[in-house]
Every structure is written in C-alpha cells, then in structure tokens.
Design a protein around this ligand. Structure first.
Ligand code: SAM
Length: 230
C-alpha cells in the first residue's frame, strides 16, 4: 500500500502592507492606529549644513516624545539615534515625556565628507567585500520586532530619506509608517522605498522626480543598484 503523503503545514503568512511615508510635521500630523514600536533618527539639533530642520529644537522637547508615546501601545519600544554632542538632551526629553530608559546602545564613529575617495569603501572594494548600508538599521529594527504571532506596526518619525523604514521592512515589520517634514527628503524616501521594498503605492516619473532620475525614478548611481537581500 502506498503510504499517505504527509504534507507540511505552511505557516499562514500575514499580508504585509506597503511602507508609507506621510509628509508632515510630527507635531501636527495624526497617524491612524496604534504602533508596536518606534525607530527614528531625529534631528541632532546641530544646525547641520545650515539646515533649519536641524535646529528647531523639536527633538529636545518632551512634547514631541509624549505625542509619539500617545500613538503607541503599552510596552512599545522606542529606538532613537542621537549625535555624540547632543544625545543627552534627547534622552532627557524622551524620559521627561514618560518613556522609561532601558538602555543606551553605543555606535560611536568619526565621520566626515570624503572629497574624492572613501577610504573604507576603497579598502572593502580591494578586499572584494560588499557592505550593506542598511545592515545596522535592519539589525536594530529586529531588536524591537514583536513576536511572530503578534501584529507589527512600526512608526518612523523624522523619516528622512527612508533608511530606517527600509531596514524595518527588511527586518520583517508588517507595517511601517514614516513621517517626514521636508519635501525633498520625502520624495527621496518614496523612491528608495519603491526600489528596496517593491511597490509603494506611488507612481514614479510623473514630473516630481529630479531630472537626473532614471526610468524607475532612481538616480543613476552605483549605490542604487539592486543588491541581493541578506
Ligand atoms: C537626521 S535626519 C534623518 C535622516 C534619516 N536617517 C535618513 O535615512 O535620511 C532628520 C529628519 O527629520 C526631519 N524633520 C525635522 N523636523 C521634523 C518634524 N518636525 N516633523 C517631521 N520630520 C522632521 C528632517 O527633515 C530630516 O529629514
């Protein structure tokens, strides 16, 4: 007699929503629904390259973090990047807003703007190494990912060009919602998300992209070349 074939049950997979970037001010917008976590890179308030958004004080105001807390479910984790010169003010604002500080992760590095050659990349290239820009963000997003049987909605305020959103999507977050004030960053984030996460619900190339953008809306730059997912 032929043995009955045993079939492995496939785990039901929850449908993953497309990452969405809302354009607006964190202090004004009202995202729908509640979130299970927050991952963000708020302004360091240093006046970076004379940018107004980096000296508004929004990251140092407890009201900002209290507002974000009001959009979160109890027990939600928040991971926020801070600059070495100003992270203490950020931490105080987050704590004053009612968040409990559980730990501080250190990832301290020196940086600058390479004028002609990025030595670290040149070394990697010579050694045949291909570095993944988003590996760190993907890792951080994994740290605060809820267990598999629970839904996962992540908020990314101060989304910038979308790096945290992409890292979170790659880490397996089902729903990722970003908020970005600056029109240019918002547009770049949408293009990058479309590239890295598939369709994002926007149509590219409708007069809103920079002239140097390729057919798919991305700048023709080697960094934007598709890479295998790790
Ligand atoms: C340090 S950058 C984030 C960079 C980001 N990690 C990326 O991948 O590009 C901070 C971002 O916060 C945005 N921002 C500043 N104030 C804001 C506000 N009140 N509401 C929403 N976004 C804001 C800025 O436009 C900027 O893009």
């Amino acid at each position: 007699m032929k043995a009955a074939r045993t079939r492995k049950r496939r785990k039901p997979r929850r449908a993953r929503a497309r990452p969405v970037v809302v354009r607006g001010d964190v202090l004004r917008v009202e995202p729908a629904g509640l979130f299970h976590g927050v991952l963000c890179d708020p302004p360091y308030e240093l006046g970076f390259m004379g940018k107004g958004w980096d000296k508004s004080g929004v990251a140092f105001q407890p009201e900002t973090w209290a507002r974000i807390a009001s959009w979160c479910l109890p027990g939600a984790w928040l991971l926020a990047f801070g600059g070495t010169r100003t992270f203490h003010r950020l931490a105080c604002a987050i704590e004053d807003a009612g968040w409990e500080i559980r730990d501080t992760l250190m990832w301290v590095y020196g940086s600058g703007f390479p004028k002609s050659l990025d030595v670290s990349k040149a070394i990697d290239k010579a050694a045949g190494v291909r570095t993944s820009d988003n590996a760190l963000l993907r890792y951080l997003a994994t740290l605060i990912l809820p267990p598999e049987h629970v839904a996962s909605r992540l908020l990314v305020p101060f989304a910038g060009s979308g790096s945290e959103m992409i890292g979170a999507y790659q880490a397996g977050w089902e729903e990722v919602v970003g908020i970005e004030l600056d029109a240019e960053y918002w547009r770049i984030a949408r293009c990058r998300i479309a590239h890295w996460c598939g369709k994002v619900g926007v149509r590219m190339g409708r007069g809103t992209l920079p002239p140097q953008a390729g057919k798919n809306g991305l700048k023709k730059h080697p960094q934007n070349a598709p890479r295998p997912r790790v």
